[in-house]
Design a protein around this ligand. Structure first.
Ligand code: ADP
Ligand code: MG
Length: 698
């Protein structure tokens, strides 16, 4: 850190205007120092630069006017006792307009007749004409407007703290400490980009959207640079790693594929081929297998296990949940009859691990507890694409044979191209783009309270026809339900009232593993018609006989989660359905709803984020497309995240444009080739050193 930046670690209370009370509110958002406040970046901006002449105001506008106060008075509301109304008349050279505020009696003291102010807010029409309702006000006698007549930043807040207070505070912080913000990257690398101090200021108070864009680009560059530096270090680390080569002839491969109950799709074949090539080398494989929910990744991993088993080594298969580990156990037991297949979950007693070839299936516990294996040739990790260097080291330590095992990760969330490029050299990627033959897109419908009965009838018919239904619900106990249907409640209701003829089961995370496995087995075997479940069934669960996914409280789930749930059905050639049930009433059909639009500076669409998510589900069945929309919807809030966390979130990197990656790549090369440029950048030097440490620690 440079000398002046010590100032930035001062507590927020050293900022003029920040008392203990505001400091308390800020602390709730983890903002304790001046620096924290600078890094508490806006999640959105509103464009209030345009000043509307009063004569041009129209009902329904959200507008900013520059006016003088002509009249102002307060009175008690006639209808609602105790509430104070402040009413006034304001005007500019073009005309006058009425204004009203509710419960803000103090305004008659802070504003004076004759004073010039900006007002920003809604214009409404009543029987007396136009009126601005509860507008934000700001006096014009200041050097720079903060809340109006500019691009106005919006922050995440805590209760008790207003935007106005926070903006005022940030501006005061820049005034006192702005000069102490120094560039932390070597100047050679910043090159033509915006410097750190300017970018921080522009992020809070941009002069225009171009400036904001430059600031964003600068932060993205930082992020990309750090990621590139990490990748470079990891690459070196990998280059030195050794694995055992597992060879397998084409005929051997054909023989194991031939006994499968179905023909592999072309994409599956290509993936199997690429993997078997990789593991036939002494350099450890690091491959990501990506394919949408239901595209058939598991069987590809199973085929990859053959060469390793044939050579007498073990295959570890890691699932994200115990439930999924249990399911994979069932699948693999069917696929492999001549080698031991073992399930290792939880801490309890377990069978002895045999020497020689075996498939060991488990959760993260596989690499966490004290077990050591005689020889691990291949590790498969399901539903994860981020797998840290640290975890990889742990796996190496599990391998009694001493070499680095080959590594395959599988995910339904595809890695975007920009990231794929970034990872090239350390990560190979196989994609399954085709679905197995005969699959039909799942028909998805949003169901409001008024449409429930009809939808239930529809489902009952499908149960009667022998099809199976998942009912997903957000919570387990009625006590924590917050008005949302819980699994136990839903279970009672479904089995007694909704589908009294159906055989209904219940699974959730708090069931004993044995009981849970019994319910899953019964559902899989077709002995249950309906399975009520919590989010435990979110990923991976594969029960091809299920054709209806019924999601209660659908507004509670994120887009990625909804897509994963939906992926539990549509796994055969029978038409499947997904119902997104919302306790709120929703527009009747997709076309009734306002089309999805990016949260914009001007009036945001009048449709909640939850409803947008559900509508997108109706319209889009492709997981990649949904992931992109998801990112768009969540907007720049996530893009800034790294500045606070210092960690690279997949979603943030996703937003970095290719040309910024290119620049970052070159900059990282420069750091590797000419480390002396770090001489005056202690913070960057420290970050690199810390990462190297993690990489090499035992
Ligand atoms: P995911 O990619 O979501 O992990 P799974 O591996 O669970 O998907 O596969 C989904 C279902 O599709 C399974 O029931 C599996 O047996 C089946 N399946 C996989 N590949 C094929 C194929 N080529 N033809 C027919 N069914 C297949
Ligand atoms: Mg899967």
């Amino acid at each position: 850190m440079s000398d002046t930046s010590v100032l930035l670690t001062q507590p927020v209370t050293t900022i003029p205007g920040c008392g203990e009370k505001i400091a308390k509110y800020l602390e709730k958002m983890d903002v304790k120092t001046v620096q924290d406040l600078f890094l508490h970046l806006p999640f959105r901006y509103e464009d209030h630069r345009a000043i509307t002449p009063v004569a041009e105001l129209a009902a329904g506008d959200s507008a900013t006017v520059r006016v003088r106060v002509q009249q102002l008075r307060s009175r008690r509301a006639a209808k609602r006792a105790g509430m104070t109304l402040v009413e006034g008349l304001v005007g500019d050279a073009t005309g006058s307009v009425r204004v009203i505020w509710f419960s803000q009696g103090y305004l008659t003291k802070t504003l004076a007749v004759g004073e010039e102010i900006f007002l920003t807010g809604e214009v409404k029409q009543d029987r007396f004409g136009l009126q601005m309702v509860s507008p934000q006000y700001e006096k014009t006698n200041k050097p720079e407007a903060l809340h109006s007549a500019r691009i106005v930043p919006l922050y995440s807040l805590t209760e008790g703290l207003s935007h106005k207070q926070l903006r005022t505070l940030v501006a005061a912080a820049f005034e006192k400490y702005g000069a102490a913000i120094s560039e932390w990257l070597p100047m050679e690398l910043v090159d033509g980009a915006m410097n750190y101090a300017a970018a921080l200021h522009a992020a809070h108070f941009p002069a225009d959207f171009d400036e904001l864009g430059l600031a964003l680009r600068r932060f993205q560059f930082e992020r990309a640079l750090l990621q590139e530096l990490q990748s470079g270090l990891i690459k070196d680390f990998h280059a030195a790693a050794q694995a055992r080569a597992f060879e397998f002839s084409v005929d051997d491969l054909k023989a194991v594929v031939a006994v499968l109950p179905f023909a592999l799709t072309d994409d599956q074949k290509k993936a199997v081929w690429a993997i078997t090539q990789d593991i036939a080398a002494t350099h450890p494989m690091n491959r990501l297998l990506q394919g949408d929910v239901g595209s058939g990744k598991t069987v590809v991993a199973a085929m990859a296990a053959h060469p390793v088993l044939a050579a007498g080594a073990k295959v570890l298969f890691m699932a994200p949940t115990q439930l999924l580990a249990e399911q994979h156990f069932v699948t693999f037991k069917k696929l492999f009859t001549d080698v031991p297949v073992m399930l290792m979950v939880g801490a309890g007693k377990r069978a002895a691990i045999p020497a020689g070839p075996a498939i060991i299936i488990g959760t993260h516990a596989l690499i966490q507890d004290g077990v050591k294996f005689d020889e691990v040739g291949l590790v498969v990790v399901d539903e994860q694409h981020r797998f840290g260097v640290g975890q990889r080291k742990k796996i190496k330590d599990k391998n009694g044979a001493g070499y680095t095992p080959h590594f395959l990760s599988m995910t339904a969330t595809p890695i975007p191209r920009s990231l794929a490029l970034l990872a090239s050299g350390t990560l190979a990627i196989s994609s399954i783009k085709q679905m197995p033959p005969g699959r039909k897109p799942v028909i998805t419908r949003v169901v409001g309270p008024g449409a429930r009965a009809k939808a239930q009838q529809f489902v009952a018919q499908h149960i009667a026809a022998g099809e199976q239904v998942f009912v997903v619900t957000p919570l387990i106990d009625p006590s924590d339900s917050l008005g949302v249907a819980s699994a136990t409640e839903v279970f009672e209701k479904i089995s007694k009232e909704t589908f009294p003829q159906a055989r209904v089961g219940l699974v959730h995370g708090r069931l004993k593993p044995k009981d849970r496995a019994a319910v899953m087995d019964a559902f899989r075997a077709g002995d249950l018609d309906v399975l009520v479940a919590t989010a435990v069934i979110e990923v991976g669960v594969d029960i091809p006989g299920a054709t209806v996914m019924w999601i209660e409280g659908a507004e509670r789930f994120g887009l990625a989660q909804l897509h994963q749930f939906r992926g539990r059905v549509g796994r055969s050639d029978v038409q499947s359905y997904c119902f997104l049930c919302s306790s709120k009433s929703v527009a009747r059909s997709a076309s009734d709803a306002v089309a999805y639009s990016r949260p914009s500076e001007s009036g945001a669409p009048q449709i909640s984020a939850a409803e947008q998510r559900m509508r997108l589900m109706e319209q889009i069945s492709d997981g990649f497309e949904l992931a992109e929309k998801d990112l768009e919807m969540r907007g720049s809030g996530d893009v800034w995240g790294i500045l606070q966390s210092g960690f690279f979130e997949y979603e943030e990197l996703l937003a970095v444009p290719p040309e910024v990656w290119e620049r970052a790549k070159k900059a990282a090369q420069k750091v590797f080739n000419e480390p002396e440029i770090l001489a005056h950048s202690p913070e960057l030097r420290e970050r690199i050193a810390r990462f190297e440490e993690i990489l090499h620690q035992e």
